[in-house]
Design a protein around this ligand. Structure first.
Ligand code: NDP
Length: 241
């Protein structure tokens, strides 16, 4: 982890759940972490550095479904820190939306955050790394088991499709970087059920599910991020379910 001490990581969706846990773990490993979310006050509370964590947290407000907001965040990082060395595309939403009847807006919201927001953040981070000659940069997508299976429920098909897209986009990015001879690494993590607030707006699945189904804790996913970063530069963990 020495390699990334004092380097800058951007974690999207850092105000709770997996993103907050990843932020805290990277702070513990000595990185400077920019935690981005719409509810910036919650980033400060939920992702605050744990005692003795050497890293520094910068909580910034941002909406990954809004390109201007993303560009403003990257500009803030460029103006105030060196740039982004590690990007963790964690922000994601899950909305139940049947393909034969859901309002288009539901699908748009899923795709704007899970696919387009992730793609814009990735483009900006890679451009920044290439411009600064950062050859040990790392892009990590928080994908899902949903990227590897058919939809569990018919009303989750758009969410599953968004996560299938995430893994396809990752492979496209990897090929692009390899073709350029870049050593920037990419990887995805595909967790199963994780105990977070992801179902907090759902009437269909409530947090009771965590009492009956086996589930991971957000810290488990954060540890997987550290595992990927910690490997020798020759090791690229493409997907870490
Ligand atoms: P939570 O609902 O607990 O957290 C989601 C995070 O994303 C929040 O910090 C939220 O911040 C942020 N977010 C949502 N929309 C936006 C937006 N438009 N702009 C910026 N930030 C946004 O979910 P999880 O922690 O569970 O999920 C994190 C990731 O893990 C997601 O990509 C999810 O798909 C994936 N995942 C989750 C699993 C689970 O079972 N929990 C399983 C597999 C994958 P705010 O609202 O403040 O903006």
């Amino acid at each position: 982890m020495q390699r990334y001490a004092d380097r800058v990581a951007l974690v999207t969706g850092a105000s709770c759940g997996i993103g907050a846990a990843i932020t805290q773990e990277l702070l513990r490993q000595g990185l400077t972490v920019v935690g981005l979310a719409r509810r910036v006050d919650r980033v400060k509370v939920r992702a605050h550095p744990l005692p003795d964590a050497p890293g520094k947290l910068h909580a910034i407000q941002g909406d990954v479904s809004n390109e201007e907001s993303i560009l403003a965040a990257f500009k803030w990082i460029k103006d105030n820190l060196s740039g982004v060395d590690v990007l963790v595309n964690n922000a994601g939403i899950q909305l139940f939306s049947l393909l034969i009847s859901a309002p288009t807006d539901f699908w748009r919201r899923i795709l704007d955050v899970n696919v387009l927001g992730l793609s814009i953040c990735t483009r900006e981070a890679v451009q920044d790394m290439l411009a600064r000659g950062v050859d040990d940069g790392f892009i990590i997508h928080i994908s899902s088991l949903a990227a590897h299976t058919p939809p569990y429920n018919s009303d989750l098909a758009m969410y599953y499709a968004s996560k299938h897209a995430v893994n396809t986009l990752l492979e496209g990015l990897r090929k692009d970087l390899v073709a350029r001879g870049s050593k920037i690494r990419v990887g995805a993590i595909s967790p199963g059920l994780v105990k977070t607030e992801i179902f907090s707006h759902s009437k269909k699945i409530t947090s009771d599910i965590f009492n009956v189904a086996p589930c991971l804790e957000a810290e488990d996913v954060a540890n997987a991020v550290v595992y990927m970063l910690f490997q020798h530069p020759r090791v690229q963990t493409i997907d870490n379910p």
